[in-house]
Design a protein. Structure first.
Lengths: 303, 652
């Protein structure tokens, strides 16, 4: 019993401590492509520590929900991350239908971010919220199609079962679809530009303009956990980790997450942000990719 | 035995309330609360299995038929919800529609409230077709009088009229349904014995149309938005929370009692998917808070239909276990939707009560004056968006499990359930968008107009019922496994093949624990973050509008602009009407842009059909104009025609 709890805490700590590494790696890759030196890989850790010690400036309009929402959103994202199995280590708490809980926990985090953004009455944050909730309709469809294809392929309904075997013949389709969803859900180029300070072009950054101090730290940390979550999900969905020995599988998982992160950095370096009118088309494309993966999984099962 | 006594108490309480209502508001409230508590106890006794069914038949005749009442698990499920909403609404109306504010209509409101609750309860326990129809008609009419309580407004009267007309189209189908049933079986008696008569299967469609109008199944929902928006809010709450569910009850009840055609499941699940997506698309585009809630009911009825359709498919595919899961989800969603929608309508009612407007583009920043209402509305918004750890997620999750399992089982049904699962996900995302909009635009940000200046929190009688409903939403979310035996009993009453007494699936237990853990962690995180923030020093400042120092409330996103992107994707369905007056010259005098989403189905689909019918009737009416000479001419012509007929017959 105590061992289980200790093990759970260890895994949680792993998630919380490793997550801020990813944005640092992405920034390093971008700097490398642009022949710059770039910020240190650990920059986000420094930022978080600094923000945690800082005071808070609240909008005069903000209600207590303005501080509560980032906290609830952070718990939702971390909860979703803890549900995810980690290669050979399996899931801490696998149960049938946990994959749906994961999707809806991310939705809860979205609700919290949007609510907090609208608390300020700012036009910019309204703009970000509208984009966030609208594009989510399409990403939700893509994620559900991807999950369905994994379920149909593996014949299970819990994350530990559906992520163990390879994605089969539809793996390439699924990888492309899920990678696009990863970019959209984590507000990366070509959907959003996390670096720009032109608010008109942003989604996520526009929603958190008014946050400062510890709540901003919670939001930034939550966003990095979400990025790690999607990378781990993508790698496990596509690669047959169950076929390797535990040691190799761990290495493959870590390598896969690293490769995904570098991939995000490369996309960000080589691609410009799309015009907002094109975003729905790209998301529809992601949905179609996942849908075809589902059809392939269906055919594969019937044969 | 106990159930009989409890139900008699309930009926007596409601009848006493019926008599006392117009004059004595306190005694009426007491009687109604006692009655609803008694009927809740009766329903729970049956649901918990202490008394599997309660039956009573009289020895006297009403309309030539012996009265026959039965309370089984299915009826009890709906009766429990009716009791909760009936009681909560009565308490809420004490301050909301008091004699002080509405001296003319408050008494009438109490009178018809008792009538409505009594008749809905009667519909739920009636097993004689003729008496069912009578109770159904009385229930419809009571609801009409409640919708039109404030009958001075033209819009209210129009909404009431539309409701009455649409309801009677439904009732007409039900007349045909029950009459055919009676003529085929030779008795008005209803019950599971009908299932053995395969020739009755086509009647399913008549039943679906009749009850579908009342349930607000898309596209038969045309009466629903205007009736819900214009009725007093406690009436909207019971209409949406319970009256729609009576339609669902009819569909559940008779799809269990009647043999179903092979296509039934496919049609019901398709209707559900279309309703869920279209309903929520309309909801997102609304500017009127209560209209948004009303369209969201169309969506939730769609979700229930998805579950029920999957259950019908499961029943026809060898009583598959995934069908039982989907049915359990649908039944649980009946409760959940009733609870959170009543909560949201009460919240909207409090806003309307204190500001006088339902237009979200004129509201904003109400959390300062109405902190309780704001918090409870936010809770309801999370629940209705189907987010963990509240009750809406539990039922949607169970429906998802049914749909996914059908896909995994590789049955042919997967061609329906997998697309429907994706549609359900999209509808969920749109619901989140709609309720982030409804809640945050109304209660957060800066006040958009002066209407909110004098807003005030409702009294204890308005907050109390909302607290009860909110508490129920949280309780179901945190302990879903406790409800499994109840729902299992109802599923067994619907399809005897599923009447297995089993423990809740392990995953439902785990989900409950995870929900509790999440709720506790969220609480701890909120407190910790607040503490840290205050310890570091809190400072208030102007909203950061990118260095613009004089932001105004008009610069905020309005309800129309919030829906801009996503409702643009549904323009083929919503067909918004735009009036744009562009600014001209360097110093434009005026400019405006008005966008309205019409009742598309009503105006573009039902309207023209109705107009055609009206034109035909007007043409026929020309024959009847009151001129005696012409009537005599008709008579002579008729007689001559008859004589001719007889003559011709003779010669042939």
């Amino acid at each position: 019993m105590i061992l289980t709890i200790l093990y759970g805490i260890l895994r949680l700590a792993l998630w919380l401590l490793l997550a801020p590494l990813l944005p640092g790696i992405i920034n390093k890759v971008k700097a490398w492509v642009a022949c710059r030196r770039g910020p240190p890989v650990l920059q986000l850790y420094y930022d978080l520590a600094r923000l945690w010690k800082k005071g808070v400036v609240l909008s005069t309009l903000a209600s207590p929900g303005f501080i509560a929402a980032p906290a609830v959103g952070w718990v939702a994202v971390v909860g979703a991350a803890v549900l995810l199995p980690l290669g050979p280590a399996g899931a801490t708490l696998g149960f049938r239908g946990d994959v749906l809980l994961l999707i809806y926990l991310l939705a809860l985090a979205r609700f919290c971010t949007v609510w907090a953004a609208l608390e300020t009455g700012s036009a910019f944050e309204g703009m970000g919220s509208v984009r966030e909730v609208s594009y989510a309709v399409l990403t939700e469809a893509a994620i559900l199609a991807a999950v369905l294809s994994l379920c149909v392929h593996s014949g299970g309904l819990s994350l530990a079962v559906i992520l163990t075997p390879s994605a089969g013949a539809g793996a390439a389709l699924l990888a492309a679809g899920l990678f696009t969803v990863l970019l959209a859900e984590n507000c990366r180029v070509p959907f959003d530009d996390p670096n720009t300070h032109l608010e008109l072009t942003m989604i996520h950054e526009a929603m958190i303009l008014d946050h400062s101090g510890p709540p901003l730290a919670a939001i930034l940390h939550g966003a990095s956990v979400k990025l790690l979550l999607f990378s781990v999900l993508l790698v496990q969905a596509v690669l047959p980790l169950g076929d390797f020995s535990p040691l190799v599988a761990t290495g493959v998982l870590a390598g896969g997450v690293l490769a995904t992160t570098v991939g995000v950095g490369l996309v960000e370096s080589l691609l410009a942000r799309f015009a907002f009118k094109q975003v729905p088309f790209l998301l529809t494309l992601a949905f179609l990719l996942c849908l075809f993966a589902l059809l392939v999984a269906w055919k594969g099962g019937a044969a | 035995m106990i159930v009989g006594a409890l139900l008699s108490t309930a009926a007596l309480g409601l009848l006493v309330g019926f008599g006392l209502g117009p004059r004595h508001s306190r005694a009426w409230l007491g009687a109604t609360l006692v009655a609803t508590a008694a009927s809740l106890a009766a329903a729970l006794t049956v649901l918990l299995g202490f008394e599997p069914t309660w039956e009573w038949s009289g020895s006297f005749r009403i309309g030539g038929e012996l009265p026959h009442l039965r309370l089984d698990a299915i009826s009890a499920l709906f009766l429990a919800l009716l009791s909760v909403i009936g009681g909560a609404g009565a308490a809420y109306s004490r301050d909301y529609w008091s004699d002080h504010h509405y001296p003319k209509s408050a008494g009438r409101g109490r009178f018809w409230w008792s009538g409505l609750v009594l008749m809905m309860g009667l519909v739920l326990v009636e097993v004689n077709g003729l008496h069912f129809l009578i109770a159904w008609e009385l229930f419809t009419v009571s609801a009409y009088f409640l919708i039109t309580l404030e009958n001075r407004g033209r819009k209210v009267r129009a909404a009431g009229w539309l409701y009455l007309a649409a309801s009677h189209v439904g009732t007409l189908c039900l007349f045909a349904f029950f009459a055919t049933l009676a003529s085929r079986t030779g008795s008005w008696e209803l019950g599971p014995q009908l299932r053995d008569c395969a020739a009755l299967a086509p009647l399913f469609w008549l039943m679906l149309a009749g009850f579908g109008v009342k349930a607000g199944v898309f596209p038969l929902h045309v009466w629903l938005p205007s009736a819900h928006a214009n009725a007093p809010s406690h009436v909207s709450a019971i209409l949406s929370g319970m009256a729609l569910k009576i339609g669902v009850y009819g569909i559940v009840r008779f799809s269990g009692w009647l043999p179903t055609p092979a296509q039934a499941g496919w049609v019901v699940i398709a209707l559900g998917a279309v309703g869920a997506l279209c309903g929520i698309a309309f909801a997102f585009a609304q500017n009127d808070l209560k209209r948004l809630l009303a369209y969201c009911s169309v969506e939730n009825i769609g979700v229930i239909m998805i579950g029920l359709g999957a259950a019908l498919l499961g029943a026809t595919h060898g009583d598959a276990p995934w069908g039982r899961l989907a049915l359990a989800g649908a039944l649980l969603h009946v409760w959940n939707h009733g609870l959170f929608k009543a909560l949201l309508f009460f919240g909207a009612g409090s806003v309307l009560h204190s500001t006088g407007t339902r237009d979200m583009s004129r509201l904003g920043g109400l959390w300062k004056q109405m902190p309780w209402t704001a918090g409870l509305f936010a809770l309801g918004a999370v629940a209705v968006s189907g987010l963990p750890p509240l009750n809406g997620f539990v039922s949607e999750w169970t429906i998802y499990l049914g749909l996914f399992d059908a896909g995994i089982a590789h049955s042919s049904v997967a061609w329906a359930t997998m697309p429907v699962a994706i549609v359900l996900g999209m509808a969920g995302a749109l619901a989140l968008a709609s309720f982030a909009k409804a809640g945050a635009l109304t209660f957060c940000g800066a006040p958009r107009t002066k209407l909110t200046a004098h807003a005030h929190e409702g009294g204890a009688w308005m907050i109390g019922p909302m607290l009860v409903l909110g508490g129920a939403c949280v309780a179901i979310g945190l302990a879903p496994a406790l409800l499994w035996p109840l729902i299992g009993r109802v599923a067994g009453a619907w399809n005897p093949a599923w009447a297995v007494a089993d423990a809740a699936p392990a995953s439902l237990f785990t989900l409950g624990y995870v929900h509790v853990a999440l709720a506790l962690l969220a609480l701890v995180a909120v407190l910790a973050l607040r503490r840290r923030s205050t310890a570091n020093g809190l400072r208030r400042g102007l909203t950061w509008d990118c260095a613009y120092a004089a932001p105004t409330a008009r610069m905020q996103y309005s309800s129309g602009s919030f829906a801009g992107i996503a409702s643009g994707w549904f323009f083929w369905l919503l067909r918004p009407e735009r009036k744009v007056q562009r600014p001209h010259g360097p110093l434009p005098e005026s400019a405006c842009r008005v966008e309205r989403v019409p009742e598309t189905v009503l105006e573009k689909l039902i309207g023209p059909v109705g107009e055609g019918a009206l034109r035909v009737s007007t043409a026929v009416r020309r024959l009847q104009h009151g001129r005696l000479q012409s009537y005599i001419l008709y008579l002579v012509a008729g007689l001559a025609a008859l004589a001719l007929l007889v003559l011709l017959e003779g010669t042939l």
